[in-house]
Structure formats: C-alpha cells, structure tokens
Design a protein around this ligand. Sequence first.
Ligand code: UDP
Length: 380
Amino acid sequence: MTKAGKRCLVIDKRDHIGGNVYTEDVDGIQVHKYGAHIFHTDDEKVWKYVNRMVKFNHYINSPVAIYKDEIYNLPFNMNTFSRMWGLKKPQEVRDKIDSQIAELHITEPKNLEEQALSLVGPDVYEKLIKGYTQKQWGRECRDLPAFIIQRLPLRFTYDNNYFNDRFQGIPIGGYTGLVEKLLENIDVMTDTDFFEYRKEHPDMYDRVLYTGMIDEYFDFCYGHLEYRSVRFETERVEEPNYQGNAVVNYTDQEVPYTRVIEHKHFAPEAEQENPKDYTIISREYSEEGHPGMEPYYPVNDEKNNALYEKYRELADREENVLFGGRLGSYQYYDMDKVIAAAIELARQERARYADKTVQKKETNALKQGTQENKCSRSGD
Ligand code: UDP
C-alpha cells in the first residue's frame, strides 16, 4: 500500500515489531521468542516476495520424536516405520499398516483420532500422535477436527523433510530483519494499544487492517473464542550441542512439555561462522488460553467455528476495517498462507482505490464513525 502511494502506520501493543515471528539475538543466537517458525511454501509468488526482503538459509525441518525411551524420525516415513517395526521395504510397511487399519472398520473418519488411526494404524497413533496431540490441544483426539493431522505428511520413502513444499528456509539473521525490511518507509508505533489509539485519533486513517483477536475487537459480545496458548521455558545451557536437532517432540503424556527447541540449529550458517560452546533451548508447554495470555492457536472445532461465523458477520458489516491473520480470521494459518492472503488483500485494496468514487464514499462513512456495528453485550 505504501508503494501505491498510501501512508501506512503499524500499531503493535508489544514493545517490538514482528508479532510472533519476532526473533531476538541472545548471546549471538537468534531465539524464536514466540515458538519455532519455519518458513515453507509451495507458492512461488510468496517465496519470491519474502526473498526480496532477506536471504534465506537452506534449513530443512526434520524433527525427531521421543516416546519414553524410543526415538523416531518425523514426519511419518520409512525411517519411522523401520524403527518401529524393524521393516525395510515400503511394501512390507504398507501391508503392515493396511492390516492394522482393516481391523478398525473406519469408513469415514469423523475426528482426529479416527483420521489418524485410519491413516497410520494404532501403533503409530499410540506412540507418536495421541499423547502429543492431547497435550497440544488439551482435548481428547476424538474431540478434535480431523484436518489438524492432515498437515502432517505420510511417506513411504526414507525422507525426513517435514514439509512437502518446494521452498523452505529460515531468514539469515532471523525473522526480525525480514520484518524491518517490510516496514521500511512505514510509520511504526510499538507499546501502543490499538483501541486506545483509535479512540484518541478517530479520523487518522482511511482503512484499518486489524490482525488482533476478532472476538476482542467486538468486545467479546457473543462470548470468547477459544485459543490455545503456549508457555516457553527458555534456558541457556553450557554445552555446545544439547539435543542435536532444532526440534525434538516429546510424544508421551508423562513429559509435561510438547517439544524442545534448540535455537542455534535453525541457523547452522551462524554456528559455522562463529561456533559457541553454549546453546539456548526452549521447552514448550501448551496451555488453555485465558484472557491476558497470548493466543497462539485457534481451536477450530464446530462450536468455535460457529461462534467465529457470528463475529465474521459483524466484521463484514464493519465499515473500513479489514480483518486478517491467524487471530483476525480465526484460522490455523501458516506464515505463507497469511502472506498470500495479505498480498491478495492489498491487490483488492489497490483496485478499490483506483476507483475514485470509492474514496469519496469512504471519507463520508468515516465521518459517521465505525463503532455502530458492535453487537450489544446482551448478545443480539
Ligand atoms: N502431531 C503429532 N505428533 C507430533 C507432531 C504433530 O501428533 O509429533 C500432530 C498434532 O495433532 C499437531 C498436528 O500434528 O497439533 C500439527 O503439528 P505441527 O507440527 O504442524 O504443528 P505446529 O508446528 O503448527 O504447532
């Protein structure tokens, strides 16, 4: 929009830019403050877009899963299956999974448990999915939507790449550099509450793109949408290599955290250039979101999706305010999908501004204020 001649202001209530992709230099290591972010996309347009901002390294995500005293490669592939069953050939593995699945008689998976079982059978489900998923979502697998597990590839090759996408990597020097570049020539106010700011400056903008929680925008008038939150326990450890991998998942129920991230392994190029005899790790604890906690994952079950639809209707009626991002659209979006949606939105906005009559109408609408569409607290 800046390129299209608009003046843009970015407001963030945190004391830094970048939202959840923010990375912080801690003793020379880029720490992913709000959890591991691994950029991957199959969309060439998005890949080119981010590469205009910053160079990416060749990081390929290959997480490891620890279940009690057993260790497996992820995603589910021949390395996982050969370790689990001592089988070597893909056909043997297919036969094994097929025979396990046949006994279950699931025709149409209705939830995450049935989806997982009918995809990989009970052995893999019990060891690598059930515990992790229940910790991650704080809900039984049979109470979760099937689509969550469809994110994970299932392969009959010896390939530990977590993603099927053609393009993958981490920005060299961290994500904050990417966001700084993105915000060039744009006004930025951190430590600022959007709602307060708008109250004080109601006439300062033509259009707003709101990326906070959509339910908060409408004062939770229909009730709260549910979010999962994450608590990170970050620690400097005085050894050069703590776990040998950037991401290690703990898939049993007994270990209270879901995964441990070792940040330096996201940037092997930095370690090569400047080897360190210490490392920084983060243990990730998944928690139910409560007011005041950071919302991370929308819980896209039927109940919440129905509630979201009610907010969506209000949002559609809200003049001159656009809603975007994971929280603004209550979707379990990956970074590349958010960027693709933003590029498309910007295209629509530019087309809209090209039509001069729209500008006139907007100015008039603004004068009437944007608050009228809020639903009443009694819930209309
Ligand atoms: N999952 C699992 N075991 C694992 C890793 C993931 O069962 O070791 C499931 C789990 O239900 C999780 C989903 O796959 O919510 C998606 O995982 P992903 O790693 O894509 O989630 P994110 O990185 O977005 O937290």
